[in-house]
Ligand binder design. Structure first.
Ligand SMILES: Cc1cc2nc3c(=O)[nH]c(=O)nc-3n(C[C@H](O)[C@H](O)[C@H](O)COP(=O)(O)OP(=O)(O)OC[C@H]3O[C@@H](n4cnc5c(N)ncnc54)[C@H](O)[C@@H]3O)c2cc1C
Length: 415
């Protein structure tokens, strides 16, 4: 029997690690991903300011798995009814059949999400997304060019579209990077006695608050931290269109030197951009489950589960339990009835986001800022990496988050 996990993000890696210990030894277990590493995507914005962080947030899959076979290949499509995956031309792994397909008895789609541009004119062409490390490095390059070629008394504007977890943290990171390069952040206010040029960072959110869906005290604290960093936060301001040098909003035109788009997500290309809806047992078909950003999960209480790393990790524990029950049942010819399946109930202990070197966290309804929030944020990232057995990366990430010397980090040339 063959079980295949598609995608080695938070959902796919956690699920595979659980299945390694819960599935009978006779079952073949494969983990398919287009890269050979697990990316700690919720820290990707850090790469904009500190490229060396890549070494802490990329984990070679082979180093954290025991018996699962890592398959490198790019999935083109999955037929959940037939239990069949197809690979993209030129990216077909050895394990696939001659026709480029891979059959499975049980599988899980954990392929994450892509940036959604919602057909807004010009947004895809001119808005830089942030999903992969190449995106982070390209945002960094473009931003540093702006900072380094600033003329005296000139103001350049960066617009970040989307005030969710990624947009907030991108804006915070850009503000901190400008400061590190001694470039003032914020609109000229007439009190600046120097001749220095400035960078204006505008964060646009179409809804009434930043971090939609989170508690109001957390939202207010995030806004205050961003304003403190010189970020111009504009809520109720939807982006309508973008050109090479402007972003059109309901409130007017913003001339723009750099536009970063973090306005939403869609399903992966392998599922035609869709995020299929699954109920709390996470089952898409008889043989196939969906976990993480790749699906819309309605939990045991009927709540829509947000597309976050923490939800992906927790839901994959339910998926591992359910897959194991089904596999054991299929291997056991003495039982006729299918086992009952676990139902995922969404619950997270808290949240933490970074705003440059500051952080804002909420735990048990209590909002934290300053050092406690920063330490909590570091502990969440480091704790996650340690739980995957990526101990070296866990230590490096905590050191980096707390501004400690990252001993053991290889020298990566930073511009
Ligand atoms: C800048 C930023 C900041 C964020 N901050 C937070 C935060 O503070 N807290 C939080 O909880 N969440 C945060 N998130 C969201 C979080 O990263 C996602 O919700 C999470 O990554 C979803 O996990 P996943 O396992 O579903 O998908 P992913 O982690 O995206 O993993 C998907 C995997 O599938 C692979 N894959 C995709 N397509 C194919 C294909 N065709 N063939 C083979 N393999 C494929 C990818 O290589 C990847 O390994 C942030 C996201 C970003 C971008």
């Amino acid at each position: 029997m063959r079980v295949v996990v598609f995608g080695a993000g938070y959902a796919g890696l956690t699920l595979t690690q659980r299945l390694e210990s819960s599935l009978p030894d006779s079952v073949e277990l494969l983990l398919v991903d287009e890269t050979e590493t697990h990316l700690v995507r919720h820290e990707l914005h850090r790469v904009i300011r500190r490229p060396a962080v890549i070494d802490a947030i990329e984990v070679p899959l082979g180093s954290v798995l025991d018996r699962a076979r890592v398959v490198t290949g790019s999935i083109d499509g999955i037929d959940p009814e037939a239990g069949l995956a197809t690979f993209r031309d030129g990216q077909v792994p050895e394990v696939a059949r001659e026709d480029g397909t891979l059959a499975y008895d049980y599988g899980a789609v954990c392929l994450g999400s892509e940036t959604a541009f919602y057909d807004l004119p010009g947004v895809k062409e001119h808005g830089l997304p942030l999903k992969r490390k190449e995106h982070a490095l390209s945002i960094r390059d473009r931003f540093l060019d702006l900072c380094e070629t600033l003329e005296p008394r000139e103001t350049r504007r960066v617009v970040v579209g989307g005030g969710g977890l990624s947009g907030i943290q991108i804006a915070g990171e850009l503000a901190a990077l400008a400061r590190e390069r001694s470039v003032p952040v914020g609109p000229a206010n007439g009190t600046d006695a120097t001749n220095a040029g400035r960078i204006e960072i505008v964060l646009l959110e179409q809804l009434e608050t930043l971090a939609p869906g989170f508690g109001s005290a957390f939202q207010r604290a995030i806004r205050a931290a961003l304003v403190d960093h010189g970020v111009d936060v504009r809520t109720k301001t939807p982006v309508r269109e973008a050109t090479a040098d402007a972003v059109e909003t309901d409130a007017g035109t913003l001339e723009t030197d750099l536009f970063v788009w973090a306005g939403g997500i869609r399903g992966p290309d392998a599922t035609a951009g869709e995020r299929p809806t699954v109920r709390a047992d996470l089952r898409l078909s008889e043989s196939t489950f969906v976990v993480g950003d790749a699906g819309r999960i309605v939990d045991a209480d009927g709540r829509s589960v947000p597309a976050t790393a923490s939800a992906a990790i927790r839901a994959s524990e339910t998926a591992a339990e359910n897959l194991t029950r089904l596999v054991e049942h299929a291997l056991d010819d003495t039982t006729e009835f299918e086992p009952s399946l676990e139902r995922y109930r969404y619950s997270v202990p808290g949240w933490a986001v970074s705003v440059g070197d500051e952080a804002v966290a909420v735990v048990g309804g209590q909002v934290l800022t300053g050092q406690p929030a920063r330490k909590l944020k570091a502990a969440i990232g480091g704790g996650y990496l340690a739980s995957t057995r990526a101990t070296r990366q866990a230590i490096q990430l905590v050191q980096s988050e707390l501004g400690l010397p990252t001993r053991g980090l290889p020298d990566r040339s930073e511009r």
